[in-house]
Design a protein around this ligand. Structure first.
Ligand SMILES: Nc1ncnc2c1ncn2[C@@H]1O[C@H](COP(=O)(O)OP(=O)(O)OP(=O)(O)O)[C@@H](O)[C@H]1O
Ligand SMILES: *[C@@H]1O[C@H](CO)[C@@H](O)[C@H](O)[C@H]1NC(C)=O
Ligand SMILES: *[C@@H]1O[C@H](CO)[C@@H](O)[C@H](O)[C@H]1NC(C)=O
Ligand SMILES: *[C@@H]1O[C@H](CO)[C@@H](O)[C@H](O)[C@H]1NC(C)=O
Ligand SMILES: [Mg+2]
Length: 371
């Protein structure tokens, strides 16, 4: 609770400082860097290139998913058919809506944790209405559980698919993911858990949809967020460094890691982690071994994060060509490596945005299919 009150205080200060700085600084180049002094510690917050103001005008109450009142549909109108499997938050079933005969997927929450249920529903609803987002059909409950009902798509586990995807398939997959993300970000939402398991694929039509809003959040300048989001391998440097003012760009880093898996055809494309320190430190080592120690230190400093790098060797950044071999070279043309490098920048502000990435020459051969 104490921590929460502190957040509110800092939040207030940041907002004040933010409005002030943005008025004062309209003519300086670094108008989006804010330092807030609070008991000697300074919070550095950097605005994203796009959609920084997507949630402007919304009150704390509007942004509080816990306020949601759920309208439940008719539970007995659904028949649960086959169990497909369990995820972090629940169980998924294939099912049917009796009144319409529509095929659906029913995701049942394991326990009645209302806050996480509401979180998923709110963000799901915020991003509804786009081709690349799986549509929510209904929300149903019985006495013991709550379930979300989605239109059913023919899907193939993307985590398997990326191992065998062709160069063209890689492009289609990545392009649609970025397009979906640009839309999600334009709604002021950070997905928060981008990974192959959360992108469903129809291998015939080559159409993909983004799913799983269980870790999503609103982006509001200066509003601190819990840095415990995402799935380890896909976590960005700012998340590993536990920076609380991260933005949409954590999703791009996650896409970057997925892209590396796709083109290098390796589940763990940047192998060679030494078992040093805590888990998050091991992941930082893994990144530093590829992108260099110095850059990681610099970005930690820029965010004013106190991270001990004393047991980090001074890794030099490596050329991504190092990961290209006879088996994967057909996916790793220089355009691909260039885009990958841009997605995996340490500094979220220098990391390419989804909107800009869609214009990258890597997609020149497939872009017309989506225009
Ligand atoms: N609309 C859909 N059509 C077909 N299959 C779907 C659909 N939505 C979800 N699935 C399947 O259900 C699985 C679980 O969905 P989701 O990711 O939303 O739940 P989760 O509990 O968070 O799972 P995880 O822990 O694996 O992320 C997905 O990996 C996917 O295979
Ligand atoms: C913010 O703080 C950092 C480090 O304390 C400093 O280098 C930088 O100049 C400050 N920026 C602004 C805009 O005050
Ligand atoms: C709920 O669905 C069942 C099965 O389709 C139907 O018989 C029933 O009339 C529905 N109830 C309501 C309130 O619509
Ligand atoms: C659900 O709970 C209510 C109230 O306790 C009860 O009347 C009803 O029979 C229960 N329904 C089921 C399907 O168990
Ligand atoms: Mg999932």
């Amino acid at each position: 609770m104490k921590k929460f009150e502190q957040y509110i205080q800092i939040y207030g200060l940041v907002i004040i400082a933010f409005s002030y700085v943005s008025v004062l600084n309209t003519n300086k180049h670094d108008s989006n860097l804010i330092n807030i002094s609070e008991t000697g510690a300074s919070v550095v917050h950097i605005l994203p290139k796009y959609y920084a103001t997507a949630n402007q005008g919304k009150s704390e109450k509007d942004l509080d998913y816990k306020q949601l009142r759920i309208n439940f549909g008719n539970y007995s109108d659904y028949e649960f058919q086959t169990y497909i499997g369990k995820g972090a938050s629940g169980h998924a079933y294939l099912g049917i809506q009796k009144s319409t005969k529509n095929k659906v997927v029913i995701k049942t929450f394991k326990s009645l944790k209302w806050n996480s249920i509401k979180r998923e529903i709110v963000f799901m609803q915020t991003v509804q209405g786009h081709d690349l987002i799986s549509p929510l059909v209904d929300i149903i409950r019985n006495n013991n559980s709550v379930s979300l009902v989605y239109n059913r798509y023919i899907v193939f586990p993307t985590s398997q698919l990326i191992k065998t995807m062709t160069d063209n398939g890689n492009k289609l997959f990545l392009y649609q993911t970025l397009k979906a993300l640009d839309y999600v970000h334009s709604k002021g939402v950070i997905h928060g858990d981008i990974k192959p398991a959360n992108i469903i694929a129809n291998p015939k039509t080559k159409l993909f949809k983004l799913i799983d809003w269980g870790l999503s959040m609103y982006y509001v300048p200066g509003r601190p967020k819990n840095p415990s989001v995402g799935t380890k391998s896909y976590q960005s440097p700012e998340i590993l460094l536990r920076y609380q003012y991260y933005d949409y760009q954590i999703d791009v880093y996650a896409v970057g890691f997925m892209f590396a898996q796709m083109i290098f055809k390796e589940n763990n494309p940047f192998k060679g982690t030494k078992k040093l320190g805590k888990e998050k430190v091991q992941y930082m080592h893994r990144i530093a071994r590829v992108f260099g120690t110095e850059g990681l230190k610099e970005v930690a400093q820029k965010m004013n994060i106190n991270q001990d790098f004393s047991d980090f060797p001074n890794y030099e950044p490596v050329n991504l060509n190092k990961f290209v071999n006879a088996d994967n070279q057909q996916y790793c043309q220089s355009d691909a490596l260039d885009l990958l490098q841009k997605m995996m920048q340490y500094d979220a502000k220098k990391r390419i945005t989804p909107k800009d990435a869609l214009k990258h020459q890597y997609f020149d051969s497939i872009r017309h299919q989506f225009e």
